[in-house]
Design a protein around this ligand. Structure first.
Ligand code: H2U
Ligand code: ZN
Length: 338
């Protein structure tokens, strides 16, 4: 008889329309994966060579103020530039391009070089949430900005250039690929069923309980049924809201709380400051109402089975479909146990 916990199967991600191959029987295979050097863990509270610490000079030449809370600045090496003129290019429907204006910012979470979300105080994390809301609001008000992507690369394994706690904001005129796929799915679901895909998903995960990692009154962290990365999670707002600027006061505190608890759990899993890329998906800021949107965050951590063994998305996964061995249910159980 078919066993969903042992036998190969594929699962659908209804947010993207893409499948993931799950092969639980392979968790016994001998290959150990690439061993990464564990990054040196102890960092000072202030690093005179860090370009994000208060008072220090950045690589671009500007000097940081002696900031005491969060600190936002325009990225000195921005991938997008405001004021980029509108240009389109098309050749026989095959070579298609257009100019892309935008704004890139860096947000320092704290003046302290050696903190992470997992180790920040709830009060200080709340200030980070407030800064995200302010940034989202002010960028949304710009008529040239259609989408605001807030994201954090954490750890050298994810290519973060600096351990100082920070995130980036890339705000563009057009909706990028990932939120664009989600938008199509959220809209199609709403048209077909008259409900919100993520409101329904939150309810299903709450009642099944087996993929829940953390929960509070306003947010739920789950390993999604369709997770690709071994310990991937999604933080879902319990109330239907489209974007960060719709968070109530209590919901802002609850977001800070669940982010801290989720990342602290990650750190405990392999006894290391857990690397990841995380970011929010929310309502585009292109002037539409976009009530189909439901605020959530994705955490994509690369680690597979220890602080030094990572997963690669290569081979079949690049050419065909992403694949995982450990089931999302087993990953959630491991995260709940630490
Ligand atoms: P990571 O989040 O991947 O660590 O990147 C940090 C960003 O900081 C990166 O986008 C910017 C880089 O362009 N940066 C500055 O804006 N000024 C600097 O002096 C160094 C880095
Ligand atoms: Zn620093």
């Amino acid at each position: 008889m078919f066993d969903w916990n042992q036998d190969p199967h594929r699962r659908l991600n209804p947010l993207t329309g893409e499948w993931v191959l799950v092969s639980p029987h392979r968790t016994q295979r001998p290959w150990q994966g690439q061993i990464e050097e564990p990054a040196a863990e102890t960092q000072p509270e202030y690093d005179p060579t860090c370009y994000l610490c208060p008072g220090n000079t950045r690589a671009g030449g500007a000097r940081n103020p002696p900031y005491t809370s969060t600190f936002v600045f325009d990225n000195d090496f921005a991938a997008l530039k405001p004021g980029t003129p509108h240009e389109c290019f098309e050749h026989e429907d095959l070579l298609v391009a257009e100019s892309e204006p935008g704004i890139c910012r860096v947000v320092c979470f704290s003046p302290k070089h050696n903190l992470t979300i997992a180790r920040m105080s709830p009060e200080d994390l709340r200030k980070v949430v407030d800064t995200w809301v302010e940034q989202y609001r002010s960028l949304a008000a710009d008529p040239n900005i259609g989408y605001v992507q807030i994201f954090e690369n954490r750890g050298a394994m994810m290519g973060a250039s600096n351990p100082h706690p920070h995130c980036q904001i890339w705000a563009s005129r057009d909706i990028p690929n990932e939120p664009s796929k989600e938008q199509a799915s959220l809209l199609a679901w709403r048209e077909r069923k008259g409900t919100c895909l993520l409101c329904e998903y939150e309810r299903v995960e709450q009642s099944e309980a087996k993929r829940i990692v953390e929960a509070n009154e306003h947010f739920l962290t789950v390993v999604p049924f369709w997770a690709v990365w071994p310990f991937e999670t999604m933080v879902i707002a319990r109330r239907h809201m489209a974007s960060l600027d719709q968070l109530s006061d209590a919901e802002r505190d609850a977001l800070a709380n669940i982010l801290k608890r989720t990342t602290a759990r990650y750190d405990r899993l392999f006894g290391v400051s857990f690397p990841y890329s995380m970011g929010f998906h929310q309502r585009p800021t292109d002037g539409g109402a976009h009530d189909e949107w439901h605020l959530h965050a994705h955490f994509y951590p690369p680690l597979l089975r220890s602080a030094t063994v990572r997963k690669f998305l290569v081979g079949y996964e690049m050419l065909a479909t992403p694949q995982r061995d450990i089931t999302p249910e087993a990953a959630a159980e491991q995260l709940r146990a630490v």
